[in-house]
Write a protein that binds this ligand. Sequence first.
Ligand code: 0SG
Length: 209
Amino acid sequence: MSLLLDNEFKPLPPDKCVDTEAFLEAVSHLPSFFDCLGSSVFAIIKADITGNITKIKTAYLKDPQKFVTLQDLLISEREAQADKWPLVGATLALMWLKRGLRFIQILLQSLADGERDANNPNSIRVNVVKAYEQALKRYHGWLTQKLFSMALLAAPCRSNFLKALSKGEDVGEEDCLAKVRQFLENFTPTVDAIYEMYTKLNAELSYTV
Ligand code: 0SG
């Protein structure tokens, strides 16, 4: 289970501001997970997420003492590029990254909740489709939706996916799902807090790609 739990997200402080450095450290381990999934279609998703993380990190490293929280970063970009914001830099990258994180959160929660296709219990199709419809579909035009369909066809079966989450280790399904639930304890509030920040700052955009 080390893939998820080695890289657990930190608990949120009472003000729900996400620490930039800790966030970047936690998400930096996500892209390598796509290598466990096999199909090359996941390389596109990996590249997209890696690009988002690199952009946020580059912005953060310009002044780590100033950009202690993700909100500090967004507000600074809003002040510096008021004419284009929020379509700039780390603000744009995090807007997209949070949607990928929401996808992962809904997928893992659905698996942890035991949602399954009764006719095909070793498939994660229902879980993946649920996550896609709630987190990403509304931001995708037909071409990107086709890409999703390809990724869906290449999705591993449930047992292999849980094994990939466990980094290939021979962990029982219930143990794996218990660790997923533990991971979600900090991951879900972090993703929620980023969404709330985008709403509060009026930084959310709804265009499709
Ligand atoms: C286990 C099975 C998993 C199945 C997974 C299926 C997931 C869905 C796959 C859909 C395919 C998405 C491929 C990529 C699409 C991208 O075009 C979009 C938009 O990307 C943004 O576009 C960039 O991310 C931005 O980069 S930035 O850092 O420079 O800011 C920017 O370029 C922006 C364009 O902005 S514009 O200039 O137009 O203003 N990306 C997404 O939709 C996010 C996809 C995340 C997928 C996460 C899947 C996680 C799967 C985890 C499995 C455990």
